[in-house]
Design a protein. Structure first.
Length: 161
């Protein structure tokens, strides 16, 4: 009798995405995407979560990589679920940096008011839906102070409590 070793599942982080709403002087930060379904469209910045990376750190990293802006996660604004992936939408606080394109994933960085963005026909549908809701209610689920005993603030965060 031949025994077969069970193959370990391979995990892909391409199923876990983040993006964020960052206001700078009353305007929202957008990027013009250079590839995929959103090519040539403007959208709120974001990307995929790396293995063993908290989504809060991923969105802060993605903003810096794509726009040179340092920001800090404030709230979870919404969550999108698909059968094959999820995307957490955060609201962020501006810390520092001058917004500029990375010249790779995006070709342009824009600062637009919500109304200016909603009036455009080159904005992605997801960004449009998020901004419509954001215009009506800017509140999200804030991060709580609780940290599980087996964790640290570096590897744990809970929202809404």
């Amino acid at each position: 009798m031949k025994l077969f070793k069970r193959k370990q599942p391979q995990h892909s982080t391409r199923h876990f995405a983040v993006c964020g709403i960052l206001e700078i002087d009353g305007k929202i930060l957008f990027v013009r995407h250079t590839y995929g379904a959103a090519k040539d469209k403007i959208l709120i910045p974001g990307g995929y979560v790396k293995e063993k990376e908290l989504p809060t750190k991923a969105v802060e990293r993605e903003f810096f990589e794509e726009t040179s802006v340092v920001c800090k996660t404030r709230d979870i604004y919404s969550v999108q679920f698909k059968s094959e992936e999820w995307c957490i939408v955060f609201t962020l606080d501006y810390v520092s940096g001058e917004a500029k394109s990375d010249g790779y994933e995006n070709s342009e960085v824009l600062l637009l008011t919500v109304d200016e963005a909603l009036a455009r026909d080159d904005i992605t549908n997801m960004s449009r839906v998020i901004l419509k809701a954001y215009k009506e209610n800017k509140k999200g689920l804030p991060a709580g102070d609780y940290v599980a005993k087996s964790c640290t603030k570096d590897n744990y965060v809970i929202f809404g409590v």
